[in-house]
Ligand binder design. Structure first.
Ligand SMILES: *[C@@H]1O[C@H](CO)[C@@H](O)[C@H](O)[C@H]1NC(C)=O
Ligand SMILES: *[C@@H]1O[C@H](CO)[C@@H](O)[C@H](O)[C@H]1NC(C)=O
Length: 554
């Protein structure tokens, strides 16, 4: 028993060391998918490599060059002498080695793409392109022969080659084993980096459902936190909501990067300001930043966004601490912040109102008295205790705070367990092992519009930040008509006043365990002298999240 275990231990710790030295910070680079879908070509790739160098992207740090799906042959055959995948010589008549050489000559690192299924993802259905499952060793050797340093490893056709098996979104029991085989082979041939691209689908483990942040550590250097990005603000918002609980988990760090998917900056579907907000969010969430557009066609203003030195420095900060959502004013704005290695703080305020207006941030909300404040979009520096700026619809304020003077914030909260409230119209109590109350109230909203009323609440503030401990594991995926966006709304009213629609982002995958604690919501209308009530229902016939506890200012 001791012998084999020791051998396993030394092998996996060697792998872990390699993992941590690679992607000690997120990768920056270019990927073909959002530009070419699965049809990259030799000419297009050559032009892109040259444009990345000529337009200053390589110098700015974008040094990973990645061809996504579409590089492999469509004849369903492997290389008869090596057993590895073959190159599609219609798309790449000279093969991939000259392109790897060209990218490397420009100061970039070469990276590849394959799939942990029997076929690769492809717009043609069923896909005629083979995947790597069962041939990981041969494919890893082939990638190494191209001087590959990083592999994006996808999840199409995990169970078989039929059209219906293209993109399975169900929870799976085989994730660590199936992806782990390629990781081991890449380590064996000396390729240090791998992205596990399972679209944010859950692993069904013996202890219940787990998201990718929980099972990919030690068998990759990064994991996709969501389903694919598509064009438009709604897709960016879906992923951004899914990132909330991952960023707050404390599990992201060097060698374990949460990848929010390729950038849509430069593509159709979002305004310039939406693209800038998307970029700042990805940068501060410490996602990989993979440009995925025609870089030769980018406007000078968009180049400036992508090459923003201050945001790139925050993305590459050695602490690799993602910003976390401090407060959402639903349909109005989000406030995020995160610590940097030198004690500075990154701040992002995002307009959710979709109108041009003035956004403000009071540093006291972040427990800060005053600071030197650098506006990362304008480059100007001020100092003080607040910052305001006019932004366009879905625009953002991106700041770096330094010389920070902290203030002590001790607001005392008292918590009311949801299950002590009165339940109506189908609302029900269920056990919840992650809940402080050990149970939670669910079936709020929905067809019967289940409702929860908490009464006899005493508090000392009329308008206050109420804290909610809640569960929302309603994961949204991008395709097949799924419009879920990784938030659930609740309709909340205080003392019978007008109900407010409050957004509660995804908390994880496991309805029994994945509780977000202390979610901040500003509510008004409390009496500071008498008893108060809070009513929680669904909004627009949809289900609200489940609630563990509600905290009010004591
Ligand atoms: C098969 O692999 C060999 C060795 O790498 C290579 O020279 C040859 O071009 C490959 N053949 C095809 C059809 O990919
Ligand atoms: C939450 O409510 C807002 C405002 O009514 C709406 O735009 C959004 O689509 C809702 N989200 C969901 C998931 O229903």
């Amino acid at each position: 028993m001791v012998g084999p275990n020791l051998a396993l231990l030394s092998l996996s710790s060697a792998a872990l060391i390699a993992a941590q030295s690679f992607q000690s910070t997120p990768v920056l680079g270019w990927n073909s998918y959002n530009k070419d879908s699965c049809s990259p070509t030799q000419d297009g790739i050559t032009k892109t490599i040259n444009a990345l160098a000529d337009r200053g992207f390589v110098a700015a740090g974008y040094n990973f060059f990645q061809i996504d799906c579409g590089w492999a042959s469509r004849d369903g055959q492997r290389n008869s002498s090596t057993g590895a995948l073959k190159i599609d010589t219609n798309a790449f008549p000279n093969g991939l080695k000259p392109l790897s050489d060209l990218a490397r000559s420009k100061g970039m690192k070469w990276t590849m793409y394959s799939d942990a299924g029997v076929r690769m993802c492809d717009p043609q259905s069923p896909s005629p392109v083979l995947g790597s499952l069962g041939h990981e060793a041969q494919d890893a050797e082939f990638f190494k022969s191209l001087n590959t340093e990083y592999v994006k490893y996808d999840n199409c056709y995990a169970d078989g080659p039929a059209a219906s098996q293209n993109a399975p979104k169900d929870a799976r029991t085989d994730f660590p084993s199936r992806f782990g085989v390629m990781w081991k082979e890449l380590q064996r041939v000396g390729i240090p980096g791998m992205l596990i691209c399972q679209w944010g689908t859950p692993y069904s483990s013996s202890s219940g459902l787990q998201g990718p942040k929980d099972w990919t550590k030690g068998i990759s250097t990064s994991f996709r936190l969501s389903d694919d990005i598509t064009q438009g603000w709604a897709s960016m918002y879906r992923i951004y909501n899914q990132a909330v609980h991952i960023a707050a988990s404390g599990q992201v760090g060097p060698g374990h990067i949460a990848d929010a998917d390729l950038l849509e900056v430069g593509n159709k579907g979002m305004t310039f300001d939406e693209q800038a907000t998307h970029f700042a969010a990805w940068a501060m969430l410490k996602s990989a930043l993979m440009i995925s557009t025609d870089v030769s066609a980018l406007s000078a203003d968009t180049v400036k966004v992508l090459q923003n030195k201050d945001l790139l420095a925050i993305n590459q900060d050695s602490a690799v601490k993602p910003i976390t959502l401090k407060q959402r004013w639903s349909l109005d704005r989000d406030l995020w912040s995160g610590d940097l290695a030198n004690g500075d703080v990154a701040v992002l305020v995002v307009d959710l109102s979709n109108t041009r207006r003035t956004l403000s941030v009071q540093l006291s909300t972040l427990g800060i008295e005053s600071a030197t404040i650098k506006d990362l979009w304008s480059g100007t520096t001020t100092s003080g205790s607040s910052f305001s700026k006019q932004v366009n619809a879905h625009g953002s304020i991106a700041l770096r705070l330094s010389n920070i003077k902290r203030r002590s914030t001790t607001t005392n909260y008292k918590y009311i367990s949801a299950s002590t409230g009165s339940l109506a119209s189908g609302a029900s109590i269920s056990s919840c092992s992650g809940c402080t109350s050990t149970n939670k109230v669910g079936n709020l909203g929905g067809p019967s519009n289940g409702a929860l009323t908490l009464s006899n609440i005493r508090t000392s503030q009329a308008t206050q930040t109420v804290r909610f401990d809640y569960v929302n594991c309603d994961v949204g995926y991008a395709f097949s008509g799924d419009t879920r966006n990784n938030e659930r709304n609740a309709s909340i009213s205080v003392n019978g006043g007008a109900a407010k629609t409050i957004s509660f982002p995804l908390t994880g995958y496991n309805w029994d365990k994945d509780v977000t604690k202390g979610y901040a919501v500003e509510l008004s209308g409390f009496s500071t002298t008498g008893a108060n009530s809070i009513v929680i229902k669904g909004a627009n016939g949809a289900y609200a999240p489940d609630f563990d506890r509600v905290g009010v200012v004591a």
